[in-house]
Every structure is written in C-alpha cells, then in structure tokens.
Design a protein around this ligand. Structure first.
Ligand code: CA
Length: 506
C-alpha cells in the first residue's frame, strides 16, 4: 500500500513538474507605437525622439532580454493582427486594410483614378465560408487545446461586428476583457465611462469595464488591473497561461494620462505631444506592473515576455502635434506607409534561461513570425491547421542573436487608400526587403524606388536609376510572391484594368 501511494505521489509530482516546465507566455502588444517612441534606442544610438520619452520598464525588459532592431509589422492595425494570430502574410490572407466595426463595409477612401481592390473587409473568421473573411486557425486555439489558459485583454480588431472574428472567444481565447470589433477606444477616461454614455456611445465604446466607470482610472491602468486578476486562476492552478496584453494605447484619441502629462509639458512639448508621451509612459507602467506581478508570484523565471507594436507611429498632423511625417525620424513617414516609419517597430523578447540578457539582433523579422515562434516556445509541434504559414520561427535567433540570413525576403502589400491624400509611402504600395535592399512599387504610376537600408535607414537616396539589375531582381521576386499568394490589386477607373504586378512595368 505504502509503495502504491509513493508511486502515485511520484506520478502526480512529475505531472505537476511537467506542467510547470511549459513556460507562461505574455505578448505585450502596443497599438501604433513607433520605433523611436521609447527611451530604448532601437537604432545604434539614442536619437532626438528617443530622448522625449520615458519608458524605464522597456529599458528594464531590454536589459533582461534581446531587442530586435529590424522587426516589422504591416502599415495598419488589422492586417498585422491577423498575420500575428495566423502566421499568414497580409498579401496572402487578403485583409489588407483595417476592418470597419460595421460588417461588409470597406474602409478604403474613394479615389479619382483607382477602383478598390477586392480585399476581405470582414477580417478573420474561425468559421469556414463566412463572407469576405479569411478562414484560418489561430495559435491561441492551439495553445488552448494543448492545455494553456488563454487570455485576451484590450484591443482585438480582428473582424467586423456580427462576424465570428469580432469575438476573441471564437479565436481561441478563454477570457476576453474589453476586446471587440473596434480599432480604438471612444475614450481612455473612466469618467467618460470609456465612451459608454447613453445617447453618446458609438461602436468604439470600450466593453466590460463597468466597475471603473466614473472613477479616475485611465484605460491603460484598468486593463492592467484586469489582466492581473485574470492571471490569478491559472497561476493558482499551476496551469501555463498565454496573455495577449493588447493595449489600446497609444492609438488616437490622443488623450492625456494625467499621472504623466505635466512633466512633458514642463519639458516643452505641446499639449498634444505631451498627451502622446503620457500614453506611452502609462503603457510602460503597465509593462512594469506585470513584470513586478510575475516576480511577486514567483513565476518570473518561467514566463516569456514578447514586446511588439502593430504598426509604425502615427505621423499625420493633426491629430499629432509638431510637423507632419517627422515623428519617427530618422525613419521616414509613419503609420499607413511602407517606408520604414510605417512598418518598423520596437520588439523585445525576454526568456529567462534561454535568451541572454542585454543582447540585440539585427536580423529582419516580421509579425507573422510570431505564430510559429510562440508555438515553438510553448513546445508545440506537429499541429494541424488549415492555412499555409508564411512566418518563420525566430526562436533560433533568440538563442543565437548574431546569426544573419540575408537571403530571406519580406513582403508588404497595401493595395488600399488609407488617407484622402497620398502621404510619403502612403496608399497603393507594395514593398519587398531582401538583405539590406528594399524595393517599393507605386501602383498609381508604376514607379519603383530602391533603398539600401544598411547605408540609408531614412530612405533618402533612391537608387533605382543606378541599380537597375537590383530593381529588376527584386521586382521579379516581389511579383512572384504576390502571384503565388493571389494578392488582390486595385484597378484603373479609366481603363478598368487591374494594376499590373511590378515585373510587368518597366
Ligand atoms: Ca495600430
């Protein structure tokens, strides 16, 4: 009898030990945060914009992990968020622009010359056959099946209202706090009930946070408190968890987080930019609170934290203060653009015992890489999914930061009109990066631009006229990929013809 009990104890103990060896995973996902919107330099040194902001907890995370200096998202929200969850490139999944909360509605702005591409305006779906959606499996579904406790907190924006993808419960999450079809909060302020005021509420009124209504709690803080509450159950049950900490910050409306605004006013920023800086610092405080909580619960060493943004910093004036398209300098342009300012974002990974502290990787990677990477971190292999994954795991890069792969190519595809006026790199563009070279294709006039990012991160010197062979080679590579993925293109109103792929234009 005693032997049997001892045997059972051994079995139980080893099961618990096994469960605990699977790491908890937190994706700390910020909305619209630019590459320089932090006091952590992602370039070789601090630049002017870095010095504006205070993100001590990002500094702490970077000092305990690895920062990626060449991490990419897509130019706007929904395409990035779907690539993240499914591992599919935006040109391939077909949700190339942000989705409206209203079903079947394209968010493309009307244009005199171009007729819109037939992109999938309803976003991601967990049910095959849902109109105007991409049907795919998500990694939270796979983590949940494997025994992870999956939590979503904050901005979702994966699908339009009335479609399955609008609800995070349909995408593999067991808890959803404040995520729905909208892409920004109606208000960050609890005194406005985050927008939930009778007669004034619109589709962007933030759901689920009633207990904070009327209080002084900023949205970023409320989401952090709720995330911590949601983690108590899996921690107590010793169940591994995945937390999708998807802040609404720092997307518009640029409202001040009054805990931090005054110091930025005192530092000389205008009121809009001081509010923007306060949104950043509030987000950073959330990161610090979560890191402290992990430590307090004794699970810091078994929790992986990935920090990422969903597109570059907004650089339109207004709603930003200052001079348009300067907010991401030395990178060119901002959100909505295929120039680096629109797509290159801050990324950090902390994985105690695996990632060496205070390291950096200059390898270029892209948001769809998170799908295979997170599954590999969780120890999942041989999963069955309906889609073909375009992302590549960056786990080996985490272990070997100096490794360089210059042959891989990354593709961006934005056959849409995001803003009424074409800003730098904004509206109707495709781009490809291979090694240090980047080619941009302008759908409206067929022109091509070529930059060497190693020598010219600001994309100031277009080398297309001197490096003709490079232009042709990258145009062929980009076209081949877009053809393979059946990427949608706009058409010309006057002729009715579809915009040709870049290898068909001289
Ligand atoms: Ca965004």
């Amino acid at each position: 009898m005693r032997g049997l009990i001892f045997f059972l104890l051994l079995v139980v103990t080893s099961a618990v030990v096994k469960a605990q060896t699977r790491p908890n995973i937190i994706l700390f996902f910020v909305d619209d945060m630019g590459w320089v919107d932090t006091s952590v330099p992602f370039g070789d040194s601090m630049v002017v914009v870095n010095k504006r902001y205070h993100t001590p907890n990002m500094q702490r995370l970077a000092s305990e992990g690895i920062k990626f200096t060449n991490a990419y998202a897509t130019p706007v929200c929904t395409p990035t968020r779907i690539s993240l969850l499914t591992g599919i490139n935006a040109a391939h999944h077909g949700v190339t622009n942000w989705t409206s909360p209203v079903k079947d509605r394209s968010t493309d702005v009307a244009d005199d010359e171009m007729a819109p591409a037939s992109w999938l305006v309803n976003g991601l779906s967990s049910i095959k056959g849902t109109a105007k959606t991409i049907f795919a499996n998500t990694y939270p579904q796979l983590l949940k099946q494997a025994g992870y406790f999956t939590v979503h907190v904050g901005k979702a924006h994966w699908g339009s209202m009335g479609t399955p993808g609008s609800n995070p419960y349909n995408l593999g999450f067991m808890v959803n706090i404040a995520g729905h079809a909208a892409g920004h909060p109606q208000s960050y302020l609890a005194k406005d009930n985050f927008g939930n005021i009778t007669g004034k509420a619109v589709a962007q009124a933030v759901p689920d946070l009633e207990e904070y209504f009327g209080s002084d709690t900023f949205l970023t803080e409320a989401l952090t408190l709720e995330a911590i509450k949601a983690l108590e159950a899996p921690i107590n049950n010793k169940q591994p968890f995945y937390l999708n900490m998807a802040h609404y910050a720092i997307h518009t409306p640029i409202q001040g987080d009054k805990r931090y605004v005054q110091k930025y006013i005192d530092a000389g920023l205008d009121s809009i930019e001081a509010n923007y800086a306060s949104l950043i610092e509030g987000m950073d405080k959330s990161l610090g609170d979560l890191m402290n909580y992990l430590k307090e619960k004794g699970i810091e060493k078994n929790t992986v934290i990935l920090f990422m943004s969903d597109n570059g910093g907004l650089s339109l004036v207004p709603p930003r203060g200052g001079v348009a398209h300067t907010h991401n300098l030395p990178l060119k342009s901002g959100k909505g653009s295929v120039y680096e300012g629109g797509i290159r974002v801050p990324m950090i990974v902390k994985w105690p015992g695996v990632v060496k502290a205070n390291t950096r990787s200059d390898q270029y990677i892209i948001v769809e890489d998170f799908f295979p990477s997170i599954l590999e971190i969780a120890g999942l292999k041989n999963y069955n999914i309906v889609q073909q994954v375009d992302g590549k795991s960056f786990v080996s890069q985490l272990k070997n930061p100096g490794y360089k792969n210059s042959s891989r190519s990354l593709v961006w595809h934005f056959p849409n009109k995001w803003q009424p006026n074409d800003g730098p790199g904004i509206n109707y563009k495709s781009a490809i990066r291979q090694g240090d070279w980047k080619l941009i294709y302008n759908m409206r006039d067929g022109s091509k631009e070529l930059y060497n990012l190693q020598l010219d991160v600001g994309e100031l010197q277009n080398l297309a006229s001197v490096e003709r062979k490079k232009v042709d080679a990258l145009a062929i590579l980009l076209s081949h990929q877009l053809r393979q993925w059946k990427a949608v293109m706009p058409s010309f109103k006057t002729t009715g013809k579809i915009v040709p792929l870049p290898d068909r234009v001289q």
